[in-house]
Design a protein around this ligand. Structure first.
Ligand code: DC
Length: 217
């Protein structure tokens, strides 16, 4: 089949907070010439829209209305990266109505040729269950807290390591325990523990995994 007629190539990257999904997803998108969607930014955009009008993230109807109105939020706005927004994103993400509101956009993005790399929590399980390549990243909460701390410091945000660790543990618990599309590896995902790996090693393992999946599909 000519390249242009092939089904779009979809690579799903899932895993908990601060595990390195974004870095890997961007590099894979570059490597395979695909577009990239950071799906966490959609939940963060929903949260920031709500916080700006003093809305309560635990209220499903208000959160759903915010999710349906994120069109004018810049998904690359550095304000989305704040810890308060991340926590609120994790609260709005537990509402089924919010997840449904954001689903079509994610699927349409993935379906557009030549395909895309999507990173999030439920890409391989719910958003793109037919993705040709699924990778689930994991690392201990302590390692992720240290990485998040370095990232915050590089942006000039001073934080305390024990506080960052607590926030990561709280967010993990909420993302894993919710009933709507909880964080978990898809049965057919390749798991990579990044605790002792640098970004280049993670990238090399992911490319090896993707190439072997693609050559056998
Ligand atoms: O990846 P992140 O930290 O930017 O995500 C922010 C929150 O959004 C996260 O705590 C859970 C939620 N999220 C989700 O539920 N499903 C996704 N596909 C992506 C993010």
């Amino acid at each position: 089949m000519p390249r242009g007629e092939r089904a779009p190539l979809v690579i799903a990257i899932d895993g908990p907070a601060a595990v390195g999904k974004g870095t890997l997803a961007r590099r894979l998108a570059d490597h395979y010439d695909l577009r990239h969607l950071d799906t966490g930014a959609l939940y963060r955009a929903t949260a920031i829209r709500l916080l700006r009008v003093n809305g309560d993230p635990s209220q499903e109807a208000a959160a759903e209305a915010a999710a349906r109105n994120i069109g004018d939020v810049d998904l690359h706005d550095p304000a989305l990266r704040g810890e308060e927004v991340g926590q609120a994103a994790s609260v709005v993400a537990a509402h089924g109505a919010v997840r449904r509101a954001l689903l079509d956009y994610q699927r349409a993005f993935a379906a557009e040729p030549p395909g895309a790399v999507l990173d999030g929590r439920d890409i391989g399980t719910v958003v793109c269950p037919d993705a040709q390549v699924k990778i689930y990243l994991e690392a201990t909460p302590e390692v992720r807290a240290r990485r998040r701390l370095c990232e915050l410091r590089s942006r000039g945000v001073e934080s305390i390591e024990s506080r960052v660790l607590e926030e990561i543990i709280a967010r993990d618990a909420r993302d894993r325990r919710r009933s709507a599309a909880p964080l978990k590896p898809a049965a057919d995902a390749s798991r990579i523990d990044t605790s002792a790996l640098g970004p280049d090693e993670v990238f090399e393992r992911a490319v090896a995994t993707a190439d072997s999946r693609l050559s056998s599909s």
